[in-house]
Design a protein around this ligand. Structure first.
Ligand code: KG4
Ligand code: ZN
Length: 337
């Protein structure tokens, strides 16, 4: 089953062709960072206008790279939410037009479900159900019990900042450019993670919730102090990163003591973080629970994960091309309808 994916929920204009929810024939993402960098963050109006300008070329590019034409495609998959409404509507309108004109099935996908199916792409074995997903992106941070492709339960989520948001805000405090996560990651590689002790959030009881705003504030106060002004920026970056990673590994470990999972998958933009990947792989060795980490280009927003989710959720996610609407607040639970 060959599906064409379209993802425009935030600032990446992405298209992809994926066979059977696994084999990526082409995955194209036109990064808009250059347009947003001078504002230090994503400007929604600019993002939606850029999607309009870039999407047709991104569709052509994915087809060109795979050597396929739209008439051999078995369906169109599109992110219908959550995300920025002005950005979502561009992808949704294009997908509806393609599906209607080609008379092909249309699948409306939850962006966060897409991140989970990124772990199925381009690998011989799929993660076995039930598995635990640690979903850490710029807008969301949550632990999810994935019982099947369409039954997912959120076990814990952040009370305040998402992990990626904490990275971006802390990177700004450190004087790094946008997007901050990858830059902070690079800088931390030459720093000492034990140079400064920043606080680690601990939920009460068996809780699996997360919180990162206390950590970010503590970094800010530290940087304003005498010690902070004399500290090496690499060491502050590495010490901040160590606190984020400790918290995330602690939640995975707690979740796995509360229920048995056959695997843990890491997903979302922060899944590209080298320290987090190393720590999770080390935990996997100790615990014997296999870990699935998507390749870096499938950790951040992409359309291949949307096509993969549509394949695995196809009976539930199929929608009427005339009726599909974008939903910026689409809830995580339940299926795509
Ligand atoms: O999943 P994503 O591409 O977009 C959302 O759906 O939010 O995630 C983007 C986030 C940004 O906050 C970015 O700074 C962060 O992921 N990120 C990273 C790394 N690469 C991207 N954070 C830490 N280390 C990285 N290597
Ligand atoms: Zn995302």
């Amino acid at each position: 089953m060959l599906l064409f994916g379209i993802e425009t929920s935030c600032d990446d204009t992405a298209t992809a062709l994926v066979r059977d929810g696994r084999d990526v024939l082409a995955s194209v993402s036109t990064n808009q960072d250059a347009f947003h960098a001078k504002y230090g963050g994503i400007v929604p109006e600019i993002a939606s206008r850029q999607h309009v300008a870039l999407l047709s070329a991104a569709v052509e590019d994915a087809l060109g790279r795979s050597g396929a034409t739209l008439d051999v495609v078995d369906g169109i998959a599109v992110t219908r939410g959550p995300g920025l409404i002005g950005s979502l509507v561009v992808g949704v309108a294009s997908a509806k037009a393609l599906a209607f004109a080609l008379d092909k099935p249309l699948y409306g996908i939850n962006h966060l479900h897409g991140h989970i199916f990124a772990a199925f792409l381009d690998r011989p074995e799929a993660p076995p159900y039930p598995f635990l997903a640690l979903l850490v992106s710029g807008g969301h941070s949550q632990l999810v019990a994935v019982d099947s492709a369409t039954h997912m339960r959120v076990l814990g989520r952040t009370h305040d900042d998402a992990a990626g948001e904490a990275y971006d805000k802390t990177a700004r405090l450190l004087g790094l450019g946008y997007p901050g996560g990858p830059q902070l990651d690079r800088l931390a590689q030459s720093g000492n993670p034990r140079a400064h002790r920043f606080p680690r959030h601990r939920p009460s009881g068996d809780g699996l919730d997360l919180s990162f705003s206390g950590l970010k504030t503590s970094v800010r106060y530290f940087l304003e102090s005498e010690a902070g002004r004399n500290a090496r920026v690499e060491d502050v970056a590495a010490s901040f990163q160590a606190a984020v990673v400790d918290v995330l590994i602690d939640r995975v470990q707690r979740a796995c003591t509360l229920a048995p999972y056959r695997a843990v998958i890491l997903s979302g933009g922060v899944a590209a973080n080298t320290a987090l990947q190393t720590a999770l792989s080390a935990w996997s060795e100790r615990s014997g629970v296999p870990v699935f980490i998507p390749s870096p280009s499938y950790c951040t927003d992409n359309a291949a994960m949307i096509a993969a989710a549509a394949y695995h959720q196809r009976e539930f996610a199929r929608v009427d091309p005339l009726a599909l609407t974008a939903d910026p607040n689409l809830p995580f639970e339940g299926c795509a309808r």
